[in-house]
Design a protein around this ligand. Structure first.
Ligand code: PGA
Ligand code: ZN
Length: 442
């Protein structure tokens, strides 16, 4: 060991671990972990989904009456009693070794014994503590973990995919499709992309007001006006984009997250669009989605079929035009084995990753690495339940993802991450930008 490495090790030696319960953007409990390493401290707060997939790492909730069963005291105890003793005295920079020990301690694979919220809480705080102790920005530290070289430097900022209209489990009672999003494909820089998306969102708000509705927002800050068809949602977005002075398909692309598993009725084997008084079988969904791709400039379609309908996904991947990515979220659940199956069968053409589906920082890095090795564009994504934690902004830059999906340009838990990317942009004069049309440049 060189003297330099020895110093680095000592600089990042973990001396204390603490965890406690805080509330997230929906007011639900979640786990916050703080780790001291050397003279530094790293804090990470775990996010939580509403439209969670069956194949995600399993978060632990207390059940019972407190917080309607959603308390996380058990997960907090797991951190304090079982995980803290494992990481104390280790070098926080040894993320992979630490994560392996955390996963082994849990012993279940899906992290259900201690809770993925306990395990990811520690894993994330370790990364923050190491970056702080080594006096590096988090994205630089994550880049070096992913590149396995201490001086692997980030290269570019991601293209934001911005939620404008919300439905599904995030807006209860609206249209079943969870997100209608805009992608500022014509923007030349991250700040310009943000401004473009802001203008479209603002014009959407004006349209909603002009139609006599209140501009109320859903869990991720997207608007949830009454909509009587899917076409009405696309046409609202298109009108707003034109109103803001943009050309649809040139300056602005669209994206949707169907989150189809949540209105798929497994017994009847059909998709129930209650709000539209309509049901569709798999073929009907494939036709519907293919029709959208031919009518609208769709950059990506996420989860248009149920999370275990591998055959349907394979068929849809073939049916969609090259310009429209078939993006796997619940299908893949940031799980390396499911991603491998999807790569082998061609079931997706782009990969969405959420660190709390994976359960550790190392598994998150592995999933990105596997997707990138297969030449599939990647999206790092927030959850619908978030806090001011900004880690995914650093992940996007550090792991060189093409896209980032955070929610809308509203609510401070969303803006914390958008603003972190502005901060990273400000601090560097050498970072590029993943847009426009990132996948064409690959
Ligand atoms: P969730 O939604 O966090 O509620 O799962 C986000 C998504 O489906 O992409
Ligand atoms: Zn999704």
């Amino acid at each position: 060991m060189s003297p330099e490495t020895g110093n680095a090790d000592r600089r990042a030696r973990i001396t204390a671990v603490d965890a406690w319960e805080v509330l997230d953007s929906r007011g639900d409990p979640t786990v916050r972990v703080a780790i001291e390493a050397g003279d530094a401290r790293g804090v990470f707060t775990v996010p939580a989904g509403a439209s969670t997939g069956t194949h995600e790492a399993v978060e632990r909730r207390d059940g019972g009456e407190r917080y309607g069963g959603r308390g996380v005291r058990g997960a907090v105890e797991s951190v304090r009693e079982e995980l803290a003793p494992i990481v104390i005295d280790r070098d926080a920079a040894a993320q992979e070794r630490i994560d392996r020990a955390l996963v082994e301690c849990d012993g279940t694979g899906d992290l259900s014994r201690l809770g993925s919220n306990a395990v990811l809480g520690v894993s994330g705080a370790v990364a923050h503590a190491a970056a702080a102790a080594l006096d590096r920005p988090l994205h630089t530290h994550l880049a070096s973990l992913a590149g396995s070289s201490p001086d692997h430097n980030p290269e570019r900022l991601p293209m934001p995919i911005v939620n404008v209209l919300s439905g599904g489990l995030h807006a209860r009672g609206g249209i079943e499709i969870q997100d209608f999003l805009v992608v500022p494909i014509g923007a030349a820089s991250y700040p310009e992309a943000l401004h473009t998306a802001w203008q479209v969102r603002r014009a959407t708000r004006e349209e909603i007001l002009a139609a006599g509705h209140r501009p109320l927002v859903a869990d991720e800050g997207g608007f949830a006006p009454p909509l009587d068809s899917i076409a009405a949602a696309f046409s609202l977005l298109g009108d707003a984009a034109r109103e803001a002075g943009f050309e649809v398909g040139v300056d602005i692309g669209f994206a949707v997250d169907v989150a189809a598993t949540h209105f798929y009725d497994a017994e009847r084997n059909e998709y129930a669009f209650e709000s539209l008084d309509r049901t569709l079988d798999r073929d009907g969904m494939i036709d519907l989605v293919t029709e959208w791709a031919s009518e609208y400039p769709l950059v990506s379609i996420e989860d248009p079929l149920a999370e275990d309908d591998w055959r349907g996904w394979e068929r849809l991947a073939v049916a969609l035009p090259d310009e429209t990515a078939l993006l796997g979220d619940d299908l893949l659940a940031s799980n390396p084995d499911r991603l491998e199956q999807a790569i082998d069968t061609g079931a997706v053409s782009a990969v969405l990753v959420k660190p709390n589906q994976a359960g550790t920082i190392t598994r998150t890095i592995e999933v990105f690495g596997a997707a990138q090795a297969a030449d599939l564009p990647t999206v790092v994504s927030a959850r619908s339940g978030e806090t001011s934690d900004r880690t995914i902004a650093d992940l996007a830059v550090g792991l060189d993802t093409e896209y980032i999906k955070i929610g809308s340009l509203a609510r401070s838990e969303r803006l914390a991450k958008y603003n972190r990317l502005l901060e990273i942009d400000r601090a560097s004069d050498s970072l590029g930008f993943a847009g426009p049309l990132a996948d064409e440049g690959r």
